[in-house]
Ligand binder design. Structure first.
Ligand code: PMP
Length: 359
């Protein structure tokens, strides 16, 4: 009987529980609720049938991205979302039984891609207040360590690792590919990109899904030393980037006004929302991304369900006890969320665990 590879059979399926529920406000996937640049939309409207009928020219788009990032063409690879960049690195570097280290709780695709390459996943629990556990990571490095992924800012906490901590990891594991996943870089502002090429085992993943509002277009960047990016190119499809992305990239990059306005709004609304949820008595953590982690406490499951009933989806994080991750939307959207949380909290205030309806 045909069977999938053992490592594939052992992977737990990944699916957002509310992904297919129609709702008014989806704040569970850190998407840009303000949409994308109008310049991108205008470009889309200009596309002709001929453009769609021919295979896309990734290199043309790669030149634009390389120039924008101040890197050489040989150091960047455009990917089908940051997801594909992570997968490509796993497929390029991981042999069966190699080890990949990541800080937990984290973005589930790291584990899925590493395991599908046959590697073993070593999760190092985050430190107090979800801080980067430098000594824990360093302690797990051994001769089998072939990859270490640092989500910075970290999903789902929004916490960041310092540059000196990342440098210590790079130093400790010269035989491993160190991937700094900067999917939320634009909301933070600090990057290790300038070290690419100088540090021989550093890779950076970026995405157009968040700050640029192009999650549906599927566009990401993998940057790293030219000799290693050349290896990743050997396993990637030459047409991994669709023609819409190739055609619209120039407009997306040119409209920094759109990106900056969104970043400014997110930062402002995020700090306001954090103050408000803390005033309601919910603990949250300082975030450097377009989401925050909030501890809703023992009534989390009921509150989440109530919110879905009101058309608002938040991301449950069972790996952070009591917590949900909430995308920061527009100010008016977050005001709605806050009111809903207040109402839900009021409905459960004073109720003990035993009195709750069955989940
Ligand atoms: N890395 C992190 C930390 C993420 O949160 C996400 C998406 N939520 C990705 C990578 C993948 O992004 P995409 O494939 O949409 O570029």
């Amino acid at each position: 009987m045909l069977k999938a590879r053992k490592c594939v059979r052992e992977i737990a399926p990944y699916r957002s529980p509310w992904a297919h529920v129609p709702v008014d406000l989806r704040l569970d996937m850190n998407e840009n609720t303000t949409g994308c640049s109008p310049r991108v939309l205008a470009r889309l409207e200009q596309l002709s049938g001929n453009t769609l009928a021919f295979y896309p020219d990734r290199e043309r788009a790669e030149k634009m991205v390389a120039e924008f990032l101040g890197r050489s063409l040989s150091e960047v690879l455009l990917t089908n979302g940051a997801d594909e960049g992570i997968d490509l690195l796993c497929r390029t570097f991981l042999e069966p039984d190699d080890e990949m280290i990541m800080v937990t709780p984290t973005f589930p695709m790291y584990e899925i891609f590493a395991r599908s390459a046959g590697a073993r996943v070593v999760g190092v629990p985050a430190g107090p207040d979800y801080s980067f556990p430098l000594s824990g990571v360093l302690a797990r490095v051994n001769t089998r360590t072939r990859m270490i992924i640092i989500s910075n800012p970290h999903n789902p906490t929004g916490v960041v690792a310092s540059t000196s901590d990342i440098l210590s990891v790079l130093d400790k594991a010269p035989e491993a590919a160190i991937l700094v996943d900067e999917a939320y870089y634009e909301f933070y502002g600090y990057t290790m990109l300038d070290e690419v090429g100088t540090l021989p085992n550093l890779f950076i993943a970026r995405t157009f899904s968040k700050a640029y509002g192009l999650a549906g277009m599927r566009l990401g960047v993998l940057a790293g030393p030219a000799e290693h990016i050349a290896m990743a190119r050997r396993v990637v499809s030459p047409f991994n980037i669709n023609v819409f992305a190739v055609e619209c990239l120039g407009e997306a990059l040119a409209d920094q006004e759109f990106v900056q306005a969104y970043i400014t709004q997110v930062r402002r609304t995020r700090e306001w929302f954090r103050e408000q949820v803390e005033a309601l008595g919910f603990k949250s953590w300082p975030s450097h991304a377009n989401f925050i982690l909030v501890n809703l406490g023992e009534h989390k499951d009921e509150i989440l369900k109530r919110m879905v009933g009101w058309g608002i989806v938040l991301r449950d994080r069972p790996d952070c006890p009591g917590c949900v991750r909430i995308t920061i939307g527009k100010q008016e959207e977050m005001e709605v969320v806050l009111e809903a949380l207040k109402t839900a909290r009021g409905q459960f205030a004073g109720k003990g665990r035993q009195e709750q309806p069955a989940p």
